[in-house]
Design a protein around this ligand. Structure first.
Ligand SMILES: NC(=O)c1ccc[n+]([C@@H]2O[C@H](COP(=O)([O-])OP(=O)(O)OC[C@H]3O[C@@H](n4cnc5c(N)ncnc54)[C@H](O)[C@@H]3O)[C@@H](O)[C@H]2O)c1
Length: 317
C-alpha cells in the first residue's frame, strides 16, 4: 500500500513510518518540521521508501499534491498536548481543527478511502464511570481535548457524507522509546530525575491513576486500523496498563536503586488543579474488533527508557 502520514517526522509518526516501511509499504510523510526530525528515518536508510514533503497541513493545495496517489492517510500532525494548546490557543484551533478539515478535504478530492486519526483520552474529561468505555460521556477539560473531539466529529462527518472509512484512536498516556523521542511525560521524567539524583516528585497523595501505553503499541493500533476493511466513523480506546502515580514512582525508584546502587527518594507536592484523579481504560472494543493487544508493560518500558537514557549520557561524555 501507499500510505500518507501527516506528522511523520514526530515521535509517534516516525515510529509508525518505520513500522510501515518494514511492513513493505511505500510511505509519504507530510510534516512542516515544527516539532519533528526526519534524521532518524534517513539514518536508517529509509528515505527512499518514505519520502518527506515539508508542508503545512493547513495549505490545502500543497497537501493535495503530497497526498495524491495514496491508498490511506494516517493523520498525526497536530499541536499536541494540553500545555501547548493552552499556551497557543489560536494555533491549536488552526492546526488541530482547520488542518484536520484540510486533510479530510484532500482525501475527499483525491478519493482516498481511509483516514486514521490520532485522538486522545483528553476527550473524556473527568471520568464518571471506570473503566472508561468508548460510550462514556465526552466532556473535555481543556482546549486540547476540545480540538481532538472536534477532529473526531470531522472524521464522522466525512464518513457519513462521503463514505471515507475514518477511525479515531483515543490514546492513553504514551510512553517509551520511539524512533525520535523528545518527550518528558511522567514515566521518562521519573527515570531522568532518578538518574540525575533528584527526588521523584508526585503531585498529591499518589493515588491518581493513568493508563500508560507504549509507543510501539500505539503504532500497532494504527497499523491495524490502516489495514482494517469496512470500518468507518469508528472510535477506539488505545491503552496499555493502568497504574497509580505513587505506585509508579515506588517501582521506578526501586528499579533504579537496583540498576545504579544509588538511593532514589520520592517527594510529594500539593495536587495540581484541574487534573483528573482516577483513569483507566476498557479495551474490549479494540481487542475484539481490531485484534489489538498491548505487548509492553510499564516496567518493561521503564527498563527500555533507562537503558536509552544511560546510552544518551554515555554519548555526551
Ligand atoms: N504523545 C502522546 O502522549 C499523545 C497522546 C494522545 C494523542 N497524541 C496525538 O498523536 C499525534 C502525534 O503526537 P506526537 O506525540 O508524535 O507529537 P509530535 O509533536 O512529536 O508530532 C507531531 C508532528 O506534526 C508536525 N506538525 C505539527 N503541526 C503541523 C502542521 N501544521 N503541518 C504539518 N506538520 C505539522 C510536527 O512537526 C511533528 O513532527 C498528535 O495528533 C497528538 O495529538 C499524542
Amino acid at each position: 500500500m501507499k500510505i500518507a502520514v501527516t506528522g511523520g517526522a514526530g515521535y509517534i509518526g516516525s515510529t509508525l513510518v518505520k513500522r510501515l516501511v518494514e511492513g513493505g509499504n511505500q510511505v509519504v510523510s507530510v510534516d512542516n518540521l515544527m516539532n519533528g526530525d526526519y534524521g532518524p528515518l534517513r539514518a536508517l536508510g529509509m528515505s527512499e521508501k518514505a519520502t518527506l514533503h515539508v508542508a503545512d497541513i493547513r495549505d490545502g493545495k500543497r497537501i493535495e499534491e503530497s497526498l495524491a496517489g495514496s491508498d490511506a492517510i494516517a493523520h498525526l500532525a497536530a499541536l499536541p498536548g494540553l500545555v501547548k494548546c493552552r499556551e497557543r490557543p489560536e494555533e491549536a484551533v488552526s492546526i488541530n481543527l482547520y488542518g484536520t478539515q484540510q486533510v479530510l478535504e484532500a482525501a475527499r478530492r483525491l478519493d482516498i478511502g481511509k483516514v486514521v486519526f490520532c485522538s486522545s483520552a483528553a476527550v473524556y474529561g473527568k471520568p464518571v464511570e471506570l473503566p472508561v468505555t468508548e460510550s462514556h460521556p465526552l466532556r473535555p477539560l481543556n482546549l486540547y481535548g476540545v480540538t481532538k473531539l472536534a477532529g473526531e466529529k470531522l472524521m464522522e462527518l466525512y464518513f457519513d457524507n462521503y463514505g471515507i472509512e475514518t477511525i479515531s484512536l483515543r490514546f492513553g498516556n504514551v510512553f517509551g522509546v520511539g524512533l525520535f523521542t523528545h518527550y518528558d511525560t511522567v514515566i521518562p521524567r521519573f527515570v531522568r530525575m532518578g538518574l540525575d539524583g533528584e527526588s521523584l516528585t508526585i503531585y498529591g497523595d499518589g493515588t491518581s491513576s493513568r493508563d500508560f501505553v507504549h509507543v510501539e503499541d500505539v503504532v500497532q493500533a494504527m497499523a491495524l486500523s490502516l489495514a482494517s476493511k469496512g470500518l468507518g466513523g469508528e472510535v477506539y480506546n488505545v491503552g496499555g496498563e493502568t497504574m497509580e502515580i505513587g505506585a509508579l514512582a515506588r517501582r521506578v525508584a526501586e528499579f533504579l536503586r537496583n540498576e545504579t546502587g544509588e538511593n532514589v527518594r520520592i517527594t510529594h507536592l500539593p495536587p495540581r488543579p484541574g487534573e483528573t484523579k482516577e483513569f483507566s481504560y476498557n479495551l474490549e472494543k479494540i481487542k475484539g474488533e481490531l485484534g489489538y493487544g498491548p505487548r509492553w508493560s510499564i516496567m518493561r518500558g521503564v527498563e527500555q527508557i533507562t537503558k536509552f537514557n544511560l546510552e544518551q549520557r554515555a554519548l555526551k561524555v
